[in-house]
Design a protein around this ligand. Structure first.
Ligand code: FMN
Length: 369
């Protein structure tokens, strides 16, 4: 059914318009009691075997929605209704901003990928914080809040910009993510260099602790797949040194070479970050490297090119406690989470592991045995 809908309607539309249309349907369904109960029963049946504890949070499963889909926190219940076990909203910046000129999102259908140069279009952290504060959740789901730098703020003032967003948003976040890895804000990825990242993460940690009393908001950093391997190690070491809770690997890639892209070059040549199937191998490689470096000292979140339950299982064995997806949803539609949960439960049942937690990093443990 969904492939037909995709080919007949969405594929003929501008990808960003298709996103807004589909997202408005999802939100509408989530606001309609009978519809949302029915949709959740069909799309998000729970498998007790998949229950996951991560970052001090209890979740129905390990599979969540990656940042960028719900930038302004307008559809958390809708995405939970579709079966996502956690929803990461954002990226949110301190000041509202329109993002880059349109067109800025492209489908590489032959590659099951996307290229985007959205540029953090969002309503700003004050508006998003107010929305989160007013939210009356219908479905229980963990909400991650992903923050980034306002485009017009100079790199030298980035720390203060992130701190402003932290102060506003940390009280509403089940976990907080410092995004320093989107390719579409000039200079942002320079913040991944350890000498820049250390003061930034330290300041965000302090701001979160200052603002939120009575609980410690878990803090993660999201990294690019384009980092050199030594830089991945350096960020991992820094995360451990600073007592961070986790690392999200990875964001989109600016690489095109060596990915064997089948789409026309007028598309693959578009500026922006590439996501989806072509990103799979490198994201997995970065995750494996992180796990080899830090083991269970950090919670690792695997994202990039997830399409099937087998992909999720592979990330878990490679060291991910949580896994996220975005592009796969565009190509696979509303039954995606259901398929992933079913397949994952079957994988776990057929494995030697009693729980998902036991399976985390099993590949690396085998190698070391
Ligand atoms: C249209 C689009 C917008 C995105 N926006 C953000 C964003 O605002 N912040 C962020 O951290 N990642 C963003 N991402 C990256 C995703 O969260 C994810 O890391 C990446 O797409 C790889 O996962 P995937 O292959 O499952 O899509 C975006 C991705 C896409 C396709």
């Amino acid at each position: 059914m969904y492939p037909l809908l995709f080919h007949l309607i969405f594929r003929r539309m501008d990808p960003e318009k298709a996103h807004h249309l589909a997202f408005s349907w999802i939100r509408l369904a989530a606001r309609t009691p009978v519809l949302r109960t029915f949709a959740a029963a069909v799309l998000a049946p729970r498998h007790t075997a998949l229950r996951t504890e991560a970052l001090g949070l209890r979740m129905h499963g390990p599979f969540g929605l990656a940042a960028g889909f719900d930038k302004n926190a307008t559809g958390i219940d809708g995405m939970a209704m579709l079966g996502f076990d956690h929803v990461e909203i954002g990226t949110v910046t301190a000041q509202p901003q329109p993002g880059n000129p349109k067109r800025r999102l492209f489908r590489l259908v032959a590659d099951r990928g996307l290229i985007n140069r959205m540029g953090f279009n969002n309503e700003g952290s004050a508006a998003v914080a107010a929305r989160l504060a007013a939210r009356r959740p219908v479905f229980r789901t963990a909400v991650g809040v992903n923050i980034g730098k306002t485009k017009v703020v100079p790199e030298g003032e980035a720390v203060a910009d992130y701190v402003t967003s932290t102060e506003r948003l940390a009280p509403h976040a089940d976990y907080l993510v410092v995004n320093v890895s989107s390719p579409n804000t000039p200079g942002l990825r320079n913040l991944q260099a350890v000498d820049q990242l250390k003061p930034l993460l330290t300041a965000v940690r302090e701001a979160a602790d200052r603002t939120v009393t009575g609980r410690r908001v878990p803090l993660l950093v999201k990294i690019a797949p384009d980092l050199a391997d030594e830089d991945v190690d350096a960020v991992a070491d820094l995360a451990v040194e600073l007592g961070l809770d986790g690392v999200i690997a990875t964001n989109t890639t600016i690489a095109r070479d060596g990915l064997g892209l089948a789409s026309p070059s007028r598309l693959t040549a578009e500026t922006g970050g590439l996501s989806g199937a072509p990103l799979k191998a490198r994201s997995l490689e970065v995750l494996r490297r992180l796990y080899a470096r830090v083991g269970d000292r950090l919670t690792l979140v695997g994202v990039g090119g997830i399409e099937t339950a087998d992909d999720v299982w592979e990330r878990i064995l490679a060291g991910a406690t949580l896994v996220q997806g975005y592009s796969g949803f565009i190509y696979r539609g509303p039954f995606w989470c259901r398929e992933i949960h079913r397949g994952l439960a079957a994988r776990l049942a057929a494995s030697p592991y009693a729980t998902l937690a036991e399976a985390v990093g099993a590949d690396a443990h085998k190698e070391n045995a």
